[in-house]
Design a protein around this ligand. Structure first.
Ligand code: HEM
Length: 162
């Protein structure tokens, strides 16, 4: 069996598309669930979000700032793009590598993306309840890993090139 980067089966693609529909109908609302969970799992990420050199003292304060809500929208748009291009995720690779680079530049560690993945699964489970079964979870885990893998290329390159 191929390890990592394996294409999603058509069943997995279908499960992802179906489960994304409900989320994409109100992305901000679901993105807030995702990031609330993320700050619960890793409060250390809070200081990375600074707008006009001002950092937030509580997750609540961050979650009510217009700039941060914009970031949530951006995250949801990237996931939406991945869902739209499930059959050909390669076309997003360059964009995602660049996005990885930008995140490295603002001080995000590649490891932090595992807590984001857990938070994504948490949000999907909250949204779908028991319908979010092991197969749907598995499909999303694969997709998210592919996105993170593509983003980490940005980190690797930046580190190697000095
Ligand atoms: C550890 C979690 C994350 C942290 C701490 C983080 C932090 C940041 C910060 C500080 C910025 C610049 C300010 C801004 O645009 O709001 C940014 C930009 C951005 N982030 Fe994140 N981010 C995280 C996860 C993600 C994820 C998972 C995605 C999408 C899959 C994402 C997508 C974006 C996009 C699209 C931008 C705008 C990039 C541009 O200006 O071209 N972020 N992020």
């Amino acid at each position: 069996m191929e390890s990592g980067g394996g294409a999603l089966s058509s069943t997995e693609q279908q499960l992802i598309r179906e489960s994304w529909q409900k989320v994409s109908a109100s992305p901000l609302e679901h993105g807030i669930v995702l990031f609330t969970r993320l700050f619960d799992l890793d409060p250390g990420l809070l200081p990375l979000f600074q707008y006009n050199c001002r950092s937030f003292s509580t997750p609540q304060e961050c979650l009510s700032s217009p700039e941060f809500l914009e970031h949530i929208r951006k995250v949801m748009l990237v996931i939406d793009a991945a869902v739209t291009h499930l059959e050909n995720l390669h076309c997003l690779e360059e964009y995602l590598a660049n996005l990885g680079k930008k995140h490295q530049a603002v001080g995000v560690k590649a490891e932090s993306f595992s807590a984001v993945g857990e938070s994504l699964l948490y949000m999907l489970e909250k949204c779908h309840g028991p319908a979010f079964n092991v197969n749907v979870r598995e499909a999303w885990t694969k997709l998210y890993s592919a996105v993170v893998k593509a983003m980490s290329c940005g980190w690797d390159v930046a580190e190697k090139v000095e």
